[in-house]
Design a binder for this molecule. Structure first.
Ligand code: MRU
Length: 359
């Protein structure tokens, strides 16, 4: 079995009855963990992007559910804490469906435990321990999916490939090696050479702050460019693949990802550069028929204006994500294989999505 290279940091972990998160608002300058024993501060940390990236949010949501019930004194309180935690965690950020998947995974188990044990037999501590066991398994499954995504993508790449990426879809964004960055980390650890171009990713600069940090400390050559320079780089023939992650993939194959992914995909199509979207199956939402159904998070004007922007009488338009129509995506790679949601691959994609609905 493939093992992941050690990147020297841990995005999230459970220890001593607490959830520890690497505070991504402080990177790249300060590498510091935050610890959580309650749901409310975790929700705040999710909204401030201390932990971010769809698969990592799924893991944080699963662990958050454990924190949510950990103080309950009896079955009735455990049941109401379970429900309340599920609601507050799920609503922390709207676009990344993995958050809801992680929360519901644990909530479903909790509800089954409640249904199978009455007041007399319900052991609060044992039930909480069961939820933790499943949250840890959920986290491990995400790490395994990252590795499978990497293995499934490497045959599409070649030694010396030049890859343009947007936002951060790496180990910082997941419970393992990442999605879009996972094949780069894994290939690099096997001696393959890559040149990565990381879009700066305005306004919160996940590319410049996080992707560049994570790749550079692993020794993968990386150059940061302003988002507006991507078109010139593509036009100059400087890119072989655009590789990104996703926050939610609709049933028809439309892809929501960090704002700026859509124009990147349009420009890549103009210059014949394939766009690969790498994501675990937990990012696919069979209940969203198309991109128009995906809720897009609107964030604060402060992120646009910063400290020095003109504020009086000026509004901001600050969607955190956009939707790339499926036609602009060459392949969607998951832990289950390589798919194409349009053209010849359409039927296989439809069957795959239907299989996820049944699972
Ligand atoms: O707002 P963020 O930083 O949570 O946005 C993250 C992204 O858009 C990532 O590309 C996406 O979640 C995929 S992470 C594997």
């Amino acid at each position: 079995m493939t093992s992941a290279p050690d990147l020297g940091f841990t995005t999230l972990r459970w220890a001593e009855g607490k959830l520890f998160l690497l505070d991504q608002t402080k990177l790249p300058h300060v590498q510091e963990e935050m610890e959580f024993e309650r749901v409310a501060p975790l929700v705040d940390a999710i909204q401030r992007l201390c932990v971010r990236g769809a698969p990592a949010l799924g893991c944080a949501g699963a662990y958050g559910m454990v924190l949510g019930v950990a103080r309950a004194k009896d079955r009735a309180q455990w049941a109401s804490d379970l429900k309340l935690s599920a609601t507050t965690l799920s609503e922390a950020r709207p676009t990344a469906v993995n958050l809801v998947v992680g929360v519901q995974h644990i909530q479903g188990l909790g509800e089954r435990l409640l249904a199978s044990q009455g007041d007399a037999s319900f052991d609060v501590a044992a039930a909480t321990a069961k939820l933790l066991e499943h949250a840890i398994a959920f986290h491990k499954a995400d790490a395994a999916s990252c590795l499978e995504i990497a293995e499934n993508t490497l045959p599409l790449l070649f030694d010396g490939a030049r890859v343009l990426t947007h936002c951060n879809a790496g180990a910082l964004a997941s419970g393992g090696l990442g999605t879009a960055l996972a094949p780069l980390h894994l290939g690099h650890s096997r001696g393959m050479k890559f040149q990565v171009y990381a879009d700066e990713t305005r306004p919160l600069r996940q590319g410049a702050r996080l992707t560049a940090w994570e790749l550079a400390r692993h020794g993968v050559p990386v150059s940061v460019l302003p988002d507006s320079a991507a078109a010139s780089l593509l036009a100059d023939g400087g890119v072989d693949f655009v590789m990104v992650g996703s926050d939610r993939i609709a049933a028809n194959g439309d892809v929501a990802n960090k704002i700026g992914t859509f124009p990147l995909a349009v420009i890549a199509a103009r210059f014949g550069v394939p766009v690969l979207v790498l994501a675990p199956a937990t990012t696919i939402d069979p209940h969203c028929r198309g991109g128009a159904d995906i809720p897009i998070e609107q964030r604060s004007a402060d992120e646009i204006f910063g400290a020095d922007g003109v504020r009086d009488g000026v509004e901001a338009y600050n969607p955190a994500f956009d939707v790339t129509p499926k036609e602009f995506v060459q392949h969607i790679v998951t832990e289950h294989g390589v798919f194409q949601a349009h053209g010849e691959g359409h039927e296989a994609w439809r069957v795959y999505v239907a299989s996820l609905t049944k699972a």
